[in-house]
Design a protein around this ligand. Structure first.
Ligand SMILES: C[S@@+](CC[C@H](N)C(=O)[O-])C[C@H]1O[C@@H](n2cnc3c(N)ncnc32)[C@H](O)[C@@H]1O
Length: 470
């Protein structure tokens, strides 16, 4: 059996640890019905499993899932060279697992930073190119302390928050020198190296934002470059017959992917009312010269609007997710699986069980829910969705495409109708019991009762709220 990654513990006295047993189980070949049964034999908590290996370590990313989730489905439900899609690929966890296991893959994400990270994690680079980069960085390192470029211009262009603390003049000048060195790399037509360097730069900026500037910028950047080179070189040794990985920076509600072309979808979409990725990655995108306005406008699950009635966010979210699922149905081959990983959220103290909404809606668009797997997230590990805050469990919804939906994602009447049905059910649910997701101090009864009216209000405006403004 070929181990896909280094297990942490060495087997003692021939006894296998749970990670090795898991790998043995998924590395066997099964018929479809058998493979579905194998899903019940897996301990989905993956407690103490190695989750950070090879290119997975390149860049921090909020709410990514652990590699074992896509790995399991890729191994059990696809053959080598078949195509795996992740329409909300984030930092590319699904794509890396597909790549390592000789499957072709397509990743889509509207966040330009996500698309860049995913691309770099699945693009092997020649040793000779790395030698060129290292020489270039050696020269940069020699002059970096003397180099004060465009600081004032940079300072004027940065958003106000936190800047004085994190991006002081020394930091700005160093980041600028690194950025300009990378631009030279691009000018010399080393496009893959340019992207590789930008991910290392972005990861350095992330560390700065998280650690408040107490970091030696160039030192950290150079360490990251070395570390990432090692990761890619190691990956090159594992991968045979390099698979294709295509990355699209686009909207999951209008996928630029061929109809009936995909063998498996594994994805974790954004959560409602949980996280604005464009805010989280603002500094990185700004520094990399990325235009994030389009992403900001079309990000699913964002929560900087509908302040007076938060339940309108829910109907908007359900509309967006329904459109995305219609697209998933369109591109997937018949009888193949679509796996959606999502946790619970909350809106105004009400529990939002997204996986239940998705399962219900999926039946209207040609999917059959096969099973829902519950997994506990180890909250002590920042790697998973726990860093979103309210989320400590997640659900893996496994659906099979049984027919073509034959519905256009532009069909606003259909989208409104399905969302309305879901919202009415939700209102009935909270009529019986309000405040199903309270943490900390309990709000007044009156406030909770208002939620019922608010949901009614949101139902009134569904047709408007689910529209996509292009
Ligand atoms: C939960 S994260 C996915 C994390 C991913 N599974 C990983 O392991 O890195 C959800 C992703 O959805 C993306 N997203 C939000 N709105 C989108 C849209 N309209 N189209 C495509 N992607 C979108 C976000 O940028 C974010 O990367």
């Amino acid at each position: 059996m070929k181990m896909l990654y280094d297990t942490k513990q060495i087997t003692l006295l021939g006894e296998k640890n749970s990670e090795q047993k898991y790998l043995e189980l998924i590395n066997k070949q099964y018929y479809f019905a058998e493979a579905i049964k194998i899903l019940d034999k897996i301990d989905w908590d993956f407690k103490d499993f190695t989750t950070q290996y090879l290119t997975h370590t390149f860049h921090s990313y909020p709410a990514r899932f652990i590699p074992q989730i896509p790995l399991t489905f890729i191994k059990l439900f696809t053959k080598e060279k078949e195509v795996v899609l992740d329409p909300f690929c984030g930092c590319g966890t699904t794509l890396v697992e597909a790549f390592l296991n000789n499957r072709n893959s397509i990743g889509n994400d509207f966040n330009p930073l996500a698309a860049l990270i995913s691309k770099v994690k699945t693009t092997l680079i020649d040793e000779s190119e790395f030698r060129y980069l290292n020489k270039k960085l050696d020269i940069m390192k020699r002059y970096i302390d003397l180099d004060y470029r465009r600081i004032d211009e940079r300072i004027n262009n940065l958003p106000n928050r936190k800047i004085s603390k994190i991006f002081n003049r020394v930091v700005i000048s160093k980041l600028e020198t690194i950025r300009e060195t990378l631009l030279e790399v691009k000018e010399e037509r080393y496009d893959n190296l340019f992207d590789f360097g930008r991910v290392a730069l972005s990861s350095t900026i992330w560390s700065l934002v998280e650690n408040g500037g107490e970091i030696d910028v160039d030192d950290l950047f150079l360490k990251k470059v070395k570390y990432m080179q090692k990761g890619l070189n190691k990956m090159a040794k594992i991968v045979k017959d390099i698979p294709e990985a295509e990355i699209i920076c686009g909207d999951a509600r209008k996928l630029k992917v061929e109809t009936d072309s995909i063998d498996l979808i594994v994805t974790s979409p954004p959560y409602v009312n949980a996280l604005d990725y464009y805010r989280t990655h603002m500094y990185n995108m700004l520094w990399l010269g990325m235009d994030f306005d389009l992403f900001k406008k079309h990000e699913i699950g964002g929560h900087s609007h509908f302040i007076t009635n938060r339940f309108r966010l829910l109907s908007e979210y359900l509309g967006d997710m329904l459109r995305s699922m219609i697209e998933m149905n369109r591109v997937l081959k018949k009888d193949k699986l679509c796996v959606i990983v999502v946790g619970n959220s909350s809106v105004e103290y009400e529990l939002i069980e997204s996986h239940k909404f998705f399962a219900e809606m999926s039946k209207k668009i040609g999917f059959k829910p096969v099973k829902t797997i519950f997994r506990k997230i180890d909250k002590t590990r920042k790697y998973t969705s726990a860093d979103v805050g309210k989320i400590d469990d997640e659900y893996i919804l496994v659906m099979q495409k049984i027919k073509n939906a034959n519905i256009s994602t532009d069909d606003d009447d259909f989208i409104s109708e399905v969302v309305r049905e879901q919202m009415i059910k939700f209102r009935e649910q909270i009529k019986n019991i309000q405040g199903t997701s309270i943490r900390g101090r309990r709000p007044t009864k009156e406030r909770l009762l208002k939620n019922i009216d608010k949901v009614s209000g949101a139902i009134e405006t569904i047709h408007k709220d689910i529209r996509i403004e292009r």
